[in-house]
Design a protein. Structure first.
Length: 93
């Protein structure tokens, strides 16, 4: 899941969490600028915390999982695209 908090205070927090395949020990988040960020899988769960991407900035696109020997198990796309992070709420009528 991708959870984002678009706050007027400027705390545009983003959290990406999920279940990992049984053999996974590492989860890697892939960004549009080819950078990655890794985290340890604990008890079958992974979690990334950060800030929502700014407009026109690189954004995460998918997550992959690896075994202890570094071999990749699989990759999955995230359920949101770059322009869908921190979508403003509609104006009140």
């Amino acid at each position: 899941t991708v959870t984002d908090e678009c706050a007027t205070t400027g705390d545009d927090r983003m959290e990406i969490t999920g279940l990992a395949p049984a053999e996974a020990v590492t989860a890697r988040l892939h960004w549009t600028d080819a950078s990655t960020r890794s985290t340890t899988v604990e008890r079958g769960v992974f979690r990334f915390e950060g800030s929502n991407p700014a407009e026109n900035a690189p954004y995460p696109t998918d997550v992959s999982w690896s075994r202890g020997d570094g071999s990749e198990i699989r990759t999955a796309s995230l359920p949101v695209k770059g322009d869908e992070f921190c979508i403003p709420a509609p104006a009140a009528p």
